[in-house]
Design a protein around this ligand. Structure first.
Ligand SMILES: [Zn+2]
Length: 233
């Protein structure tokens, strides 16, 4: 997985470069087989180098590699989450990737929602309505304090059949708070494949809160679980 993480970091810089070097498919372009071998790190060193050199110039092939990489990561993540959840998987309403980093605290990403797991939902960064549009037009730079323009600290999660969910990932102390307007379950899957249900605390505002603190660095899956007995709350 290390090679693909490396690749992913590298691909993150692509949008800025692609505007300059966009061109059509050429004879040098990677075949479908080469693309998947590249993602699986299955090309011999020499061919891998040739492919990397080509990718640096070809936005078409980079997109192919990027989307395959994303699809295979999603599949692996879904399998990891399913294994950890065991019998609880029937109750999954949504599953969000949460990252804990020693330097940057807790955060999720624009694409933090795990697709194909529960009903369709949307993760919206809290500042998206003001910042995202201007950023996408190139009028505003990404926040300066971070070199990771995808990091999201506050977001809302909306989807059919889901409660209203506010997710808050603290950059300072690395804590994660979930606020919901219904008493759904919250389970946290750790980087080691462990799973624990997080107790809910009813707030005075009528919402339900789940607090997660002191998590070791790593990639977590925050999972929202449908109430066990929806007809008898
Ligand atoms: Zn190409």
């Amino acid at each position: 997985m290390k090679a693909s993480q490396e690749l992913e970091q590298w691909l993150a810089d692509w949008p800025a470069a692609s505007a300059e070097v966009e061109h059509a498919l050429t004879d040098e372009c990677l075949t479908g087989t080469e693309v998947s071998l590249f993602v699986d790190n299955g090309l011999p060193a020499e061919e891998r180098e040739r492919a990397a050199t080509h990718l640096a110039r070809c936005s078409y092939c980079t997109r192919q590699v990027g989307s395959l990489l994303r699809a295979s990561r999603d599949l692996e993540d879904r399998l990891r989450a399913r294994r950890a959840l065991g019998g609880l998987r029937e109750r999954v309403g949504a599953c969000v990737r949460v990252f804990i980093d020693e330097a940057r605290g807790a955060f999720t990403r624009f694409d933090g929602l795990l697709n194909g797991f529960g009903p369709a939902a949307t993760l919206t960064p809290a500042w998206a309505t003001t910042g995202l549009r201007t950023r996408s037009l190139g009028l505003l730079d990404a926040p300066e304090e971070t070199d990771d323009r995808d990091a999201v600290h506050e977001a809302t999660l909306v989807g059919e059949g889901l409660p209203n969910v506010d997710l808050c990932c603290c950059a300072e102390d690395g804590s994660v708070t979930v606020c919901m307007d219904a008493a759904w379950g919250v389970a946290l899957i750790g980087p080691d494949g462990s799973m624990e249900e997080v107790p809910l605390e009813p707030g005075e505002d009528g919402n339900y809160y789940a607090f997660m603190t002191a998590m070791p660095p790593g990639e977590y899956f925050l999972t929202l679980l449908r109430p066990e007995h929806p007809n008898h709350p």
